[in-house]
Design a protein around this ligand. Structure first.
Ligand code: BJW
Length: 239
């Protein structure tokens, strides 16, 4: 981590963006790889507010299956998640981890300064009272909100296409102020996350690095890009 390391004594700030690629070696599918989630199901059928209005049972079933997988006990944090948690613990400056992932592998690895910009699979949101609650069970049309008791009003608390990602003002402020922006395991196909590197290049001053299996759609915008598996690249880069 040469550039950030140069500023270590001044307490430099690091923003890390992660995507599905960092959880792939934990056994979770990515979206746009050949065997990814969007090769099995059309995003228009499961990941838009319109899909939920049309067929909530289908959308619930899609997320219930992914929630069951995450809670099966077979999906555990890998060396890349662990390396980022260690970086946060040991770095003398600030490390902000922004994840597009809805799994809980970063927090299970020990990361604490973490923003889930696309929401969380293990949370439910009530369409009536907007309350958010932990949700480890299957969700269906008879599920009731524990806060307002409304029945049939719960949806998984994730950000679908056309919805505003969470924490955007905090993320944009951190990007402008950071000394290092590290993008890991994301294809750069989905905005606004895909535009973060340009935000740093145009509005900020940070060094920008991509660690991904293959060059992403915005790879050339980064100062540096390394290709390979997250479990190899991330521990090597942050140590
Ligand atoms: C490895 C690896 C290993 C594999 N090691 N690497 C034109 C028309 C309509 C809409 C738009 C449009 N242009 C822009 C939009 C907006 C739209 C959008 O971007 N659409 C694009 C498709 C063009 N975006 C939105 O609607 C967003 N909201 C929005 O923009 O609001 C307005 C706004 C404006 C201004 C500021 C702020 C807001 C919302 C997007 C919501 C995305 N939701 C999903 C589903 C969430 C819930 C769920 O999980 O089901 O989020 S879609 C899906 O894609 C998921 C992911 O978080 C997201 C990103 O995917 P990710 O993580 O990059 O995965 P992959 O599979 O694409 O890539 C994995 C990478 O890892 C690959 O490169 C591999 O090579 C690599 N890899 N194994 C290292 N072992």
């Amino acid at each position: 981590m040469n550039d950030a390391r140069r500023n270590k004594s001044s307490g430099s700030r690091i923003v890390v963006l992660t995507g599905a690629g960092i959880s792939q070696e934990s056994g979770l599918s990515t979206f746009r790889d050949a065997d990814g989630i969007w090769s099995q199901v059309r995003l228009e059928d499961v990941a838009t507010p319109e899909a939920f209005d049309r067929d909530p049972a289908r959308v619930h079933a899609f997320y219930n299956a992914r929630r069951a997988g995450l809670l099966s006990g077979e999906i555990i944090p890998n060396a890349a998640h662990t390396a980022l948690a260690r970086l946060e613990r040991e770095w003398p400056g600030e490390v902000l981890l922004v994840t597009q992932n809805i799994d809980n592998l970063h927090e299970r690895a020990g990361s604490q300064n973490l923003l889930h910009m696309h929401g969380e699979l293990l949370k439910a949101r009530c369409l009536d009272c907007d309350g958010v609650q932990d949700w480890l069970q299957d969700m269906d049309l008879s599920s009731a909100c524990s806060q307002c008791q409304s029945v049939g009003s719960l949806r998984v608390d994730v950000v679908w296409f056309g919805e505003m990602p969470y924490h955007m003002p905090d993320i944009l402020a951190a990007l402008v102020e950071c000394d290092l922006f590290l993008s890991i395991g994301t294809s750069g196909a989905v905005y606004p996350a895909a535009g973060f590197v340009e935000e740093v290049r145009h509005q900020g001053r940070g060094h920008t690095v991509e660690l991904n299996m293959e060059p992403s759609e915005g790879s050339r915008l980064f100062h540096e890009a390394q290709q390979g598996r997250a479990t190899e690249l991330v521990p090597r880069y942050v140590e």
